[in-house]
Design a protein around this ligand. Structure first.
Ligand SMILES: NC(=O)c1ccc[n+]([C@@H]2O[C@H](COP(=O)([O-])OP(=O)(O)OC[C@H]3O[C@@H](n4cnc5c(N)ncnc54)[C@H](OP(=O)(O)O)[C@@H]3O)[C@@H](O)[C@H]2O)c1
Length: 287
């Protein structure tokens, strides 16, 4: 099967590509196609004639999106719309990744796939607009997988930022009133590969299992990293409130996703986030 992957050089792309070894993969990075040139997207897809298209690209700078809104919409909505239209014309499935930021975060129980979307910032709004474009142009053969709190040993993410700060500082203050699920980009990659081989259609949710605040995640990172000699002893991690750490973009206070539809559709295993964290830190420690 010939799979065209957009965003192949991002965090998720780099974790996923090795898992597609059995497929004929066309890995599209910015060097092959700049997605701001939305007119070029359909001819690019048509020339490749893929069996399926996997879109891992996105404008992911949540805070910058508040001021760089046009570019966020260009990548997260208009480029996605062009992919959906081209896939519809060729009658090929489109697999797309979206985000917990489509929700307001006002709920206190896990968000189901049909919960109302009410983004509270430009990034979430632009990602939701991308979802709507897929629903408009290619409703019959598209899979949208919403995920949250992605990290890995590559790219820019909370885990790598924490490890750096733990080496640089004695004390860290980490937000304790935002709750979600840390999710290994490798486990999401496994789930996306399952979707590629399935006949799924519509919106799905995927994160690792369990719940944590960013503070809980940071404490777990420290304990597991210390056990692997990746950070120095004696770093103090203090819980702080969101109000004490102002950012340009608001974040959902609660973004736990209900994964039942994914469990049913592709039988993806339910693995606790801390077990996945250990596996990623083992990679970093070279074990
Ligand atoms: N990271 C998270 O915590 C998180 C949470 C929820 C959902 N998601 C979603 O998960 C997906 C993967 O995220 P990620 O963490 O892998 O993001 P990432 O590391 O920022 O990767 C995004 C990719 O998009 C590419 N891209 C951006 N603008 C482009 C352009 N103009 N032309 C061509 N390529 C362009 C980037 O290319 P360059 O490498 O050249 O910059 C990069 O490869 C995204 O859909 C994101 O919205 C992420």
């Amino acid at each position: 099967m010939k799979v065209l992957v957009f965003g192949a050089n991002g965090q998720l792309g780099r974790c996923l590509l090795p898992k597609l070894a059995g497929h004929d993969v066309v890995a599209a990075t910015r060097a092959e196609i700049d997605l701001t040139d939305t007119q070029a997207i359909a001819p690019f897809i048509t020339a490749i004639q893929p069996d399926s298209v996997l879109n891992l690209s996105a404008y992911t700078a949540v805070d910058k999106a508040e001021s760089d809104t046009e570019l966020a919409y260009c990548i997260n909505q208009h480029a996605v719309a062009a992919m959906a239209q081209a896939c519809a014309t060729l009658d090929r499935p489109l697999f797309h990744v979206s985000t917990d930021f489509v929700f307001s975060g006002n709920q206190s129980t896990p968000y189901s796939t049909d919960a109302p979307c009410q983004p509270i910032g430009a990034y979430g709004e632009s990602k939701f607009a991308g979802e709507q474009a897929i629903a408009q142009y290619h409703p019959g053969r598209s899979v949208i997988v919403r995920t949250a709190w992605l990290y890995s040993d590559v790219g820019a993410n909370f885990l790598l930022s924490m490890l750096r700060l733990m080496r640089e500082r004695d004390t860290l203050g980490i937000v304790c009133d935002q709750v979600g699920t840390p999710t290994s980009a490798y486990s999401l990659a496994d789930t996306l590969v399952r979707f590629l081989d399935s006949d799924g259609n519509g919106v799905y949710h995927w994160t690792d299992a369990g719940v944590a605040s960013w503070y809980d995640f940071a404490v777990a990172i420290y304990e597991e990293a210390l056990a692997r000699d990746l950070v120095p002893t004696g770093v103090k991690i203090n819980p702080i409130f969101t109000a004490d750490y102002p950012t340009p973009a608001k974040r959902p206070a609660f973004s736990v996703l209900d994964k039942s539809r994914t469990y049913d559709a592709v039988q993806a295993p339910k693995v606790h986030w801390r077990e996945e964290l250990r596996a990623v830190l083992d990679r970093l420690a070279g074990q």
